[in-house]
Each structure stands twice: as structure tokens, then as C-alpha cells.
Design a protein around this ligand. Structure first.
Ligand code: COA
Length: 258
């Protein structure tokens, strides 16, 4: 039987690892995008404690499968399925870390942008090269890239199709960390495991308040935070965390994730 095009491993430490597994360039074909969407929905339905999304060692993902391109009708189906899947990734109510070993181009870059945090290997390369095909990003790139690196840099990258190496990606805020190629997966897994030991429900309130706040005015975002702050006190972990602090000092709480 063929291997699945996207792999999901739920580890004992609570970390779920999602791995793109579609041949040597990890093109994001319709089948890959559908599998990713289904896996993201399953991670929302039964949340792990943290998530790592990764791809191939040389190519994280080469973007949409260009052999599936056609005219406007195909484009509509592709953009609808990409947005559905990447919105589902962004909506997973836990910290989602992209571990990018190599090329993250087009939809690969957009997938990394839909994650909460990007750890790049020193060999990683990011880009939105769709313009070189005479088209534009259709998986959220114009919006998420602009929010990540600012509108002028996003326009320059989308309009030239220029690729960005890891050091520049770090400098412009497209990557959040750059690590040695061989250390990428250990770093991503250890950060995810650290988060998994934390107050994961409060983490999800923080994630959601930041994401929802960025889509609205500052005043509305501040209202969102006030409600999320109150909601965090409905969790058992807030009782555990406060009690532990008062009795033993900071950083010693053993959270239950409830
Ligand atoms: N969709 C479909 N096929 C793709 C692809 C994609 N996004 N990216 C690469 N391929 C195919 C190539 O056509 C080639 O096919 P072939 O072996 O039948 O000739 C094969 O994968 C290997 O690609 P190649 O360019 O020879 O490999 P490389 O290692 O030199 O470069 C990339 C790898 C990813 C840097 C390069 O292929 C690339 O830039 N791909 C396009 C990225 C892109 O424009 N993405 C946006 C899509 S909207």
C-alpha cells in the first residue's frame, strides 16, 4: 500500500508531528491539501499538547502542484482548498511550530506562515515565486506574509518572486529562529515538548486572542483579551499555577492541561 501523502504521529510527550510526504519535492497537490485539512481538523477535534509541522530534508514543500493548474475554474478550486486547509492549520488550538529544513516556496511558504512559529534550518529558503508563473499567491500569502513582514517587504517578495535565505528570513521576521540543519528537528521537538508541559488551555487562549486581535481594531482586540483572561481562570491549570507559585515560587507548577 502507498504511504500517506501527509503523516501524523502523536507522540507520548503530547506533541503531534505532521510531516508532508509527497515525493521528492513535496508538491502540495489536491490530495496533499485535502489530507492536511483532514489532519488539521482532527488536531482541533482532539487537540494534542503542541504541534510540529515539517516536510522534506531538502524541500519543505515546493508549493502547489503546478501540473494541476489550468484556467480560472481550476484556480478557484485550488485557492478554495488551500484556504480551507491552511485556515484549519491556523485554527488548531495549540502552539503550531513549522520546522523548515529546505525550500518553502509558494504554498510551502504559505503553510509555514499559517503556523504560529517558524524554525528554519540554515539551509532553508522561503519565497512566493508565483509571479514567475504569471500568477500570485493563492493560499493566504498576500495576507499572512504582509502581516508577518510588513506590506512593503511582502509586496517586494510577491512582485519579484525573489527567494529569501534563512539569515534574511530571520532578519525580516519571516523565520523566528535559525538553527543548524542537523539540529532542526531536535529544536522543534524540544520547544514543542516544553509547550506541551505548560498550561496548554491558557496557551490556546493567548494564541486565539492574538490572532483574533490582529484581525480587528486595537480597541476590539483589547476587549477580546479581557474575556480571554477571564476564561483562563476557568481552567484547573490556573488554580494549579497560582497555588504552586504561592507555595513554591515561579516555574514549578505541574500542569494537567485542563
Ligand atoms: N509542482 C509540480 N512539480 C514541481 C513543482 C511544483 N510546485 N516543483 C518542482 N516540480 C517538479 C519539476 O517540474 C521537476 O519535474 P521533472 O523531474 O519531471 O522534470 C521535479 O519536480 C524536480 O524539480 P527541479 O526544479 O528539477 O528540482 P530542483 O531540486 O532543481 O529545484 C525547487 C527544486 C523546489 C527549488 C524548484 O523545483 C522550484 O522552484 N519549484 C517551483 C516552485 C514554485 O514555483 N512554487 C509555486 C507554485 S504556485
Amino acid at each position: 500500500m502507498d504511504e500517506p501523502v501527509v503523516l501524523l504521529e502523536r507522540r507520548d510527550d503530547g506533541v503531534a508531528v505532521v510531516t508532508l510526504n509527497n515525493g521528492k519535492v513535496n508538491a502540495l497537490s489536491g490530495a496533499v491539501v485535502a489530507a492536511l485539512h483532514q489532519i488539521a481538523d482532527s488536531l482541533t477535534a482532539e487537540p494534542p499538547a503542541a504541534v510540529v509541522v515539517t516536510g522534506g530534508e531538502r524541500i519543505f514543500a515546493a508549493g502547489a502542484d503546478i501540473s494541476e493548474f489550468g484556467g480560472p475554474d481550476e484556480a478557484r478550486a485550488i485557492t478554495d482548498s488551500f484556504h480551507g486547509a491552511l485556515d484549519a492549520v491556523a485554527a488548531v488550538p495549540r502552539f503550531v511550530i513549522a520546522a523548515v529544513a529546505g525550500y518553502a516556496l509558494g504554498g510551502g511558504c504559505e503553510l509555514a506562515l499559517a503556523c504560529d512559529y517558524r524554525i528554519a534550518s540554515e539551509k532553508a529558503v522561503f519565497g512566493q515565486p508565483e509571479i514567475l508563473l504569471g500568477t500570485i499567491p493563492g493560499g493566504g500569502g498576500t495576507q499572512r506574509l504582509a502581516r508577518q513582514v510588513g506590506p512593503s517587504r511582502a509586496k517586494e517578495l510577491c512582485i519579484t518572486g525573489r527567494q529569501v535565505a534563512a539569515d534574511e528570513a530571520l532578519r525580516i521576521g519571516l523565520a523566528d529562529e535559525v538553527v543548524a540543519h542537523d539540529g532542526l528537528h531536535d529544536r522543534a521537538l524540544s520547544l514543542a515538548a516544553e509547550c506541551a508541559r505548560g498550561a496548554v488551555l491558557a496557551q490556546s487562549f493567548a494564541k486565539s486572542a492574538i490572532d483574533r486581535g490582529l484581525s480587528t481594531s486595537l480597541a476590539d482586540g483589547l476587549l477580546i483579551e479581557r474575556d480571554a483572561f477571564v476564561d483562563s481562570f476557568r481552567t484547573e491549570d490556573s488554580q494549579i499555577g497560582v497555588k504552586s507559585f504561592l507555595e513554591h515560587g515561579p516555574g514549578k507548577a505541574e500542569f494537567t492541561g485542563t
